[in-house]
Design a protein around this ligand. Structure first.
Ligand code: F6R
Length: 239
């Protein structure tokens, strides 16, 4: 596990270099992507580099971590909408190569199909993760089995509260979501975990130094052979 502590701007630049190197080496790389506030600067940086022809997503394939239940893709708070607005519309990716879990069809077949699609694509080369206040990765809340595959998640009250800032009313935050499972995340060849802001200091400390436990999903990353953690100084305060 490598830990890099620096500013949010530099995190975006360093991580963007990882994407540039990967896509030069493997233009059709499979990228695992995240939503939320944490990756926004990175997505800006990727869009900038793409506009400057420093990298290309022309052959890249992307699989997002999660999607809210029952929000159609055109809903402004759907993660599909988020990705289209903040990244996909700003880079040269083929929209047909971008994938976000289906929050409407949550049948066993649809859930299993998401993992199968990733496997058929050759597996995720680089998985981007943010960190939940309760240590979740993707929407895998505390208690999620480490062996989980793509599944329906009941969002914890703390997660719904944290994400209420994006919705018109707190009650509008969906109660469920579909998330890539922990096993699916751990199957990625390389993982980048971003942690920004003082609120992430305690979950980040516990994820790195605490016991490896399903009660703190991010602690599973201690078992992965290629994880880079990018933290700003506030999030790294307890390291
Ligand atoms: C988002 C996701 C979540 C977020 C986490 C942190 O796709 O899977 O795990 O990364 O909740 O959210 P922010 O970045 O908004 O603090």
């Amino acid at each position: 596990m490598r830990i890099v502590v620096t500013t949010e701007d530099e995190i975006a630049q360093l991580a963007a270099e990882r994407y540039t190197e990967l896509l030069l080496r493997k233009p059709n790389a499979v990228l695992g992507l995240a939503t939320g506030s944490t990756p926004l600067r990175l997505y800006e940086e990727l869009a900038k580099k793409c506009a400057a022809h420093e990298l290309s997503f022309r052959f890249a394939r992307t699989y997002n971590l999660d999607e809210y239940a029952d929000l159609p893709p055109e809903h402004p708070q759907s993660y599909r909408g988020f990705m289209d607005r903040h990244l996909f519309s700003k880079i040269d990716i083929d929209p047909g190569n971008t994938h976000v879990p289906n929050g409407i069809d949550r049948s066993d077949t649809a859930l299993a199909n998401y993992d199968t699609m990733i496997e058929h694509a050759g597996g995720i080369d680089l998985q981007l993760l943010g960190l939940g206040l309760n240590g979740h990765i993707g929407f895998n809340e505390p208690g999620t089995p480490f062996g989980s595959r793509t599944h329906v998640v009941r969002l914890s009250e703390s997660t719904r509260h944290a994400n209420a800032r994006f919705f018109d009313r707190p009650e509008s935050v969906p109660k469920e979501a579909v998330s890539l499972g922990i096993r699916s995340v751990m199957n990625a060849r390389s993982i980048l975990l971003f942690a920004l802001g003082e609120q992430k200091a305690e979950p980040l400390r516990a994820a790195i130094y605490g016991p490896v436990t399903e009660l703190l999903p991010a602690s599973v990353l201690q078992l992965h052979p290629d994880v880079t953690i990018y933290a700003d100084r506030e999030a790294a305060e307890l390291l």
